[in-house]
Design a protein around this ligand. Structure first.
Ligand code: B1M
Length: 211
């Protein structure tokens, strides 16, 4: 059995090669990828955030941790895709304007793809108009927005406003997530749903396409 505690340490300490090796070995041994993500990888990023807040970590340490996390996630993504289902709908996803955090968004995108959604991933720092223009181009039924900073959350409401201005609000569902958000905040600015994590985001997207 792989020492999965080492995966936590490798990500927290920003050791990308070690994080990749442990993940590869674990996948070869058929260890559930969701367990790797939920029990080892996300807790490592949470601890990096705690250390940052406590002044024990600075931006370079956070960037190294993020790099190790992304490298391990890149190995897991194809496994999530292989377990995919039939096409259920198209989602336009991105991290909102001013925000560069993309690990949670990438996780949500990969799990949506693995569940049969076609995903148009616009990356990070996505302006409200860009979300809406992409909906017009693709005919997507859902916009999925991620924010990790309290200062960037208002961009989500601006996207809803642009949808309204363009007469598209009743044709497109809006779902949101990210650590500083809450169901109440999402409801207040007019989103159709909030989810706390990637698995819940898949369930929500499935509900929204049939609503
Ligand atoms: Co930043 N950062 N960061 N950071 N960073 C946080 C978010 C912070 C909480 C750290 C802290 O102080 N404890 C804090 C925000 C405080 C606040 O606003 N309340 C913070 C700050 C302050 C900053 C800077 C401003 C620091 C500075 O420059 N002074 C700066 C901002 C840059 C910018 O965006 N403009 C900054 C920069 C960075 C790095 C670049 C170094 C790096 C990001 C690298 C990258 O993403 N490529 C980074 C990191 C790594 C973090 C922490 C440590 C980890 C984030 C992460 O990846 N978590 C973070 C602390 C923390 O969150 N514990 C922190 C793992 C990921 C799987 O979880 O993204 O929450 P998460 O996603 C979850 C759920 O939220 C949910 O599902 C996922 C799990 O399944 N989810 C969705 C997310 N999106 C969803 C969408 C959905 C549904 C669910 O539907 C659409």
């Amino acid at each position: 059995m792989e020492n999965l505690e080492e995966l936590y340490n490798a990500i927290l300490e920003g050791r990308m090669d070690a994080a990749q090796n442990i993940t590869e070995n674990a996948l070869q041994k058929d260890i559930n990828p969701q367990l790797l993500i939920d029990d080892h990888m996300i807790p490592a990023m949470d601890e990096a955030g705690r250390r940052f807040e406590a002044g024990e970590y600075f931006i370079p340490e956070m960037m190294l941790a993020a790099r190790a996390m992304k490298a391990a996630l890149n190995l897991i993504r194809p496994v999530l895709l292989r377990e995919g289902a039939q096409y259920v709908g198209t989602v336009v996803i991105g991290t909102v304007k001013g925000d560069l955090h993309d690990i949670g968004k990438n996780l949500v995108a990969a799990m949506l793809e693995g569940s049969g959604f076609e995903v148009k991933d616009l990356g990070v720092d996505v302006a409200p108009e860009k979300f809406v223009d992409t909906v017009k181009e693709t005919g997507a039924g859902i916009i999925a927005m991620s924010a990790l900073l309290t200062t960037t959350m208002p961009s989500m409401k601006l996207t809803v406003d642009v949808l309204k201005q363009d007469g598209l609000r009743d044709k497109v569902k809006v779902m949101v997530g990210g650590a500083p958000l809450s169901p109440r905040y999402a409801e207040e600015f007019g989103a159709d749903g909030y989810s706390e994590n990637a698995a819940a985001a898949v369930n929500l997207a499935r509900k929204l396409v049939t609503a």
